[in-house]
Write a protein that binds this ligand. Sequence first.
Ligand SMILES: *Cc1c(COP(=O)(O)O)cnc(C)c1O
Length: 466
Amino acid sequence: MNWTEFTRWGEWISSWAARYHSTLRTRPVRAQTKPGDIIKQLPPSPPEAGEAMQVILDDFERIVMPGITHWQHPRFFAYFPANAAPPSVLAEMLVSTIAPQCMLWQTSPAATEMETRMLDWLRQSIALPDTFSGVIQDSASSATLAAVLTMREKALEWTGNQQGLSGQVRLRIYASTEVHSSIDRALWVSGIGQDNLVRIPIVPGRLRSMDPDALEQAIVADIAAGYHPAGVIACTGGTGVGACDDLSAVLTIAHNFGLYSHVDAAWAGAAMICPEYRNLWGGVELADSVVFNPHKWLGAQFDCSAHFIAQPEDLVRTLAIQPEYLKTHGTDGIINYSEWSVPLGRRFRALKLWFLIRSYGLEGLRSRIRNHVNWSEALAGKLQAHEGFELVTEPVLSLFSFRPKDASDQSIIDYVNVINDDGRIYITQTRVDERMAVRFQVGQFDVTESDIDDAFVVLCEMLPAS
Ligand SMILES: *Cc1c(COP(=O)(O)O)cnc(C)c1O
């Protein structure tokens, strides 16, 4: 294809995109295909001769689109959102056109300098102190891994990368029972191991915080047993039902024992652009590392994970490696963000933040999040008042869980499946204190109050006959 033809297809795709968004409500939210439906339509071998773009795009509509779950559908209430606001999509179109590799400052100075500025905009937006520096990671999982590697290297006095872990002191990392599976995986990948992830029980109640006393006792007991405590991982807005650790208490304990601390606020961090929700993470300023995903609720399309670090020197000491081909002689004092993350190659992710924040302004983004929280609370209230339902966990921001009254685990799974097969809304389930519950979050960028009303209708209609 030459770049003249590209104009035609580029225009075709932008009109397709606008049409797609304006007709999303007519599509089932979750793909209605069966395993194998798509792959059997894809030829087993690649073509020897080139094909026309029109043919490829027709096949895209015919083969691919039926197998898509519509994350941008306004009635997407499953998992957490992965919003892609239109200005961020436009920025990504520009980025995929110029396609720079932003591993070093000199491999695109604008990308590095914009990243520095955008992360500082975000830092101010969520009211972290100006002692924090930011970097964009590809995912919260990567940010957490980077934090765990830093915990490991600090605790081993910077010998882990060089010597490996065999024969070293046995490190311990503490987290509640509510944290995301990416924490377990960070311990696997870092070589610290699942057995050294110490699960701290939670205090019963809406916020399901790890019990600070239990944390302190676990650390003391580990020291007495000859282990080497290395870090604490707290969460604000756990994935299951939105657990929020009492950061003041938990991070103070981490501090007192000299442990590196990381806060996973992958989803809930976006809400901290609204001052009235910041009490959920009071004490966050005591953390060494904090991650939140603008690619979830905020509207910057995937991937874009904002990682804030109090002492970037520690992270860089953990991850920087400079073979001769990566040295940038004569440019001291600049930032090479690839030294702040596990992958070397980096996309230009800051541009979509610039487009997003400038187009809506913080006030435009805040009003969406506030609506989502209010609508979620209203829906939880309606379900609670309905004789067919019981609320399992009250809303934390815009996430809550419920179940059809007295429903067994299996009937909850069936209920969720029937609803998702129906297609008008999309929800998922989770386990709360060993029992199954339906999980519901409001957060899609274009969701309206009437979509929430529709969801209530579907939830009632699909109640199992008792
Ligand atoms: C989504 C989520 C993650 C994982 O985020 P990725 O960016 O997909 O790695 C981690 N922790 C929490 C609390 C999350 O909600």
